[in-house]
Structure formats: C-alpha cells, structure tokens
Design a protein around this ligand. Structure first.
Ligand SMILES: Cc1cc2nc3c(=O)[nH]c(=O)nc-3n(C[C@H](O)[C@H](O)[C@H](O)COP(=O)(O)O)c2cc1C
Length: 206
C-alpha cells in the first residue's frame, strides 16, 4: 500500500472486463471495509451496512436481473446509440471475486439526525462517501471496483432479504484485476466524454 492519495484518485476506474476472479485476502477485504466505515456521515449516523456476497447462485440471479434491465434501457435508445451500447459491458458480477452491496438505513440515529432536518438526502450522501472511500481504498490495494446500478431496488431487497425501509444503494463488484484502464470505458467506446475542469468551476455566481 502506501500509495499517494492523488495517484490513487486518478488511477481509480470503474471496472468490468478486467477482473481475474482471484480471491481477496481476508485482511485486505477488512482494510477496504474499514476505510468505507471511516467515512464522514451526517449527524454521525453511519447509515450504511455492507453485505458481502460470495454465493455464486445469488450472483447469478442478480446477473440475470441486470441483463433484463439492460434490455429495458436498450429499448429506449436510438438505433445508433443501441448499436454502440451493444459494445459496452455494464457489469462484472460473474467475473469478479465477490460483490459488496451497500445499503442505507434512514432510521439510524433518527429522529434528530444532526444536520439532516432540512436536507433528507444528506443521509444518502453519507452512504456515497462510504462507497467512495471503499473505491479508493480498493484502488490503493490494487483491486478493481465496478458499480452496478442496472437493478430495481425491490428486486435486490427480495434477493438479499434486506428489511423494508432499508435501501440498497450500490452493488459493487470487487476483486483483483489484470490492470486498470487509463481512460473510462464509456469514453473509450465513444459513449460520452469527460468535461474539462474549467467548465465545472464557477466564480461567485452559477
Ligand atoms: C452511481 C453510479 C452508478 C453506476 N452504474 C454503472 C453500471 O450500472 N454499469 C456500468 O458499467 N458502470 C456504472 N457506473 C460507472 C460509470 O459509468 C463510470 O464511473 C464513469 O463512466 C466514469 O468512469 P470511471 O469511473 O472509470 O472514471 C456507475 C457509476 C456510478 C457513480
């Protein structure tokens, strides 16, 4: 480990095709989850949980669902975009070593979550920060992460026995990779290009 933070931030990629399927050592998995759990959270609510999914049957069932949602998305595309989309892999659920589903519990610490009274989404933001910590820690550990969002929450809740009221926020594929690409897949496939930083910075007013 001991990688420079900026190097890790810029090396991080969303991974689908580069997973090797090799096992993740227990101590490495623990460090990655501990990094996620160290994230800031509104009112110190720590509203996240992590479901580590190793069971091949569960991953296969989720993968089938992802494929059907892929078809739903493809159906709304123009012919040219649909053609480009066929070239793009959207998940590495079966090829990665394991998956981690990150959930959000809006009741944790409630009713008086300090800092959430005016912005209900602050709870969800906290979960996303845990995910980003996990992603960067995994990158520092030379693992790849792939976020899969082609699913219906209700389907995932049933598949993993997630209690009512708790929201699945991300299905993350995790594991050793052959390499990390230097350019995001969507850019390499001509789907979409990154904005320049200067286009994103505003001064004093929007
Ligand atoms: C909330 C979220 C959901 C995403 N869902 C998917 C997904 O379902 N399938 C996929 O291939 N990539 C998914 N991605 C990855 C993005 O496509 C990727 O982050 C983006 O193209 C930039 O590439 P990079 O992460 O390699 O820099 C998701 C990313 C985020 C942050």
């Amino acid at each position: 480990m001991n990688a420079d933070i900026y190097d890790v931030i810029h090396r991080r990629r969303d991974v689908r095709a580069e997973f090797t399927g090799a096992p993740i050592p227990e101590d490495v998995l623990h460090r990655v989850l501990a990094a996620a759990h160290a994230a800031p959270s509104v009112g110190l609510s720590q509203p996240w949980d992590f479901i580590v999914v190793s069971d091949p049957a569960v991953r296969r069932a989720f993968h089938d669902h992802v494929q059907s949602e892929r078809a739903v998305f493809a159906a709304i595309l123009t012919a040219a975009a649909a053609d480009r989309f066929t070239q793009i892999k959207i998940d590495g659920v079966l090829e990665s070593s394991l998956s981690i589903v990150v959930t959000y519990d809006p009741e944790r610490g409630s009713p008086a979550v300090l800092g959430r009274h005016a912005i209900a989404d602050a709870g969800l933001y906290s979960v996303c920060l845990a995910i980003q910590n996990l992603w960067l820690a995994a990158t520092a550990e030379r693992l790849g992460v792939g976020w899969v969002s082609f699913y219906r929450e209700q389907h995932l809740r049933r598949l993993l026995d997630i209690p009512a009221g708790i929201r699945p926020v991300a299905w993350l594929c995790l594991g050793p990779v052959t390499h990390l690409e230097a350019t995001p897949d969507l850019e390499r496939h001509g789907w979409r290009h990154r904005r320049t930083l200067s286009a994103a910075i505003h001064h004093d007013r929007w």
